[in-house]
Design a protein around this ligand. Structure first.
Ligand SMILES: Nc1ncnc2c1ncn2[C@@H]1O[C@H](COP(=O)(O)OP(=O)(O)OP(=O)(O)O)[C@@H](O)[C@H]1O
Ligand SMILES: Nc1ccn([C@@H]2O[C@H](COP(=O)(O)O)[C@@H](O)[C@H]2O)c(=O)n1
Length: 239
C-alpha cells in the first residue's frame, strides 16, 4: 500500500440553499483539502459591475467589462476569502442587491469563460486536492473530478434554512426568491445548473448538516480507496 494520499478533486453542485457551502467547507476541513466557493466569484464580479455602473440587464456591456476586475479567492476552508481589485468583498457580495442580480451576470458567456478558467487554475494548483462547489462544476468546470455530488432539498426546507440564517425574513418570500434564482440558473444557455450524469445525488431535506457532511466524507474516502486499489492492481508486481 502507498504511504502517500492521492490528491482528490470533489465537485459539489446543487440549487440554492441545499447546503453546498456548509458541507463543502466542513468536508474540506475534515480531509485536509482546499475549498473553493465559485458562487462567491460570480457574486464578486456582479458586485464589481454594480459598483462600476455597468447595466446588469445589458449582456453586451457585461461581456465588454468581464475581463476587467481582478478576482482572487483564498481556499483555506477555515477562512475562505474573496477580493476584487484588492478589496475584501466578503460582506458586500452577500447583499440582497447582489443576490438579485447575480443570475443575470453569471448567464453571460464571457463571464462564465473568465471565471471557469480561474476555477480550473485554482483546482489544478491545489496540492492535496480541493472541494469545489457551485452549479456547473461536475458538468463543465471539472468534468474529470474524482467524485461528483449533487445536493438537493425541497424548496420549503431550503427557504426555512435561509430564513433562519437571515433572521426576521419572511419564509414565503425567501422561497419565492430562491425558486426564481434556481429557474434562471437552470434555464440559461451556457453551462446551466444541472446534475452531471455520473454525480451522486444526495437529498438533504430530512438530513441534519452533520449527517450530510458524514455522508460526503464517506463517499470521498470510498472513492480514494477504490482509486488506490485500482492503482495497486495495475502496478507490476515488485520483484
Ligand atoms: N442539512 C441541513 N439541515 C439544516 N440546515 C442546513 C443543512 N445544510 C445547510 N443548512 C443551513 O442552511 C443554510 C444554507 O446553507 P448553505 O449556505 O451551505 O447552502 P448553499 O447550497 O451553499 O446555498 P447557496 O447556493 O445559496 O450559497 C445555512 O444556514 C446552513 O447552515
Ligand atoms: N458554479 C456556479 C456558481 C454560482 N453561479 C451563480 O452565482 C450565484 C450565486 O451563487 P451562490 O452559491 O453564492 O448562491 C448563483 O445563483 C448562480 O447565478 C453559477 O452560475 N455557477
Amino acid at each position: 500500500m502507498s504511504d502517500t494520499v492521492e490528491s482528490v478533486i470533489v465537485a459539489i453542485d446543487g440549487p440554492s440553499g441545499t447546503g453546498k457551502s456548509s458541507t463543502s467547507r466542513a468536508v474540506a476541513a475534515a480531509l485536509g483539502l482546499s475549498y473553493l466557493d465559485t458562487g462567491a466569484q460570480y457574486r464578486a464580479i456582479t458586485w464589481w459591475m454594480i459598483s462600476n455602473g455597468v447595466d446588469v440587464q445589458d449582456p453586451a456591456a457585461i461581456a465588454t467589462a468581464a475581463a476587467k476586475p481582478a478576482i482572487v479567492s483564498g481556499t483555506d476552508p477555515a477562512n475562505p476569502t474573496i477580493t476584487v481589485d484588492g478589496v475584501d468583498v466578503t460582506g458586500p457580495i452577500r447583499t440582497p442587491e447582489v443576490t438579485s442580480k447575480v443570475s443575470a451576470v453569471s448567464a453571460v458567456p464571457e463571464v462564465r469563460a473568465r471565471i471557469t478558467e480561474l476555477q480550473r487554475s485554482i483546482a489544478s494548483s491545489a496540492a492535496t486536492g480541493i472541494v469545489v462547489e457551485g452549479r456547473d462544476i461536475g458538468t463543465t468546470v471539472l468534468p474529470d473530478a474524482d467524485l461528483k455530488i449533487f445536493l438537493t432539498a425541497s424548496p420549503e426546507a431550503r427557504a426555512a434554512r435561509r430564513s433562519g440564517e437571515l433572521k426576521g425574513t419572511d419564509v414565503a418570500a425567501t422561497k419565492e426568491a430562491l425558486v426564481k434564482r434556481d429557474a434562471a440558473d437552470s434555464s440559461r444557455k451556457t453551462s446551466p445548473l444541472a446534475k452531471a450524469d455520473d454525480a451522486v445525488e444526495v437529498d438533504t431535506t430530512d438530513l441534519t448538516l452533520e449527517q450530510v457532511i458524514e455522508c460526503v466524507v464517506t463517499l470521498v474516502e470510498e472513492r480514494r480507496c477504490a482509486t488506490e486499489n485500482t492503482e495497486n492492481t495495475e502496478k507490476p508486481a515488485a520483484r
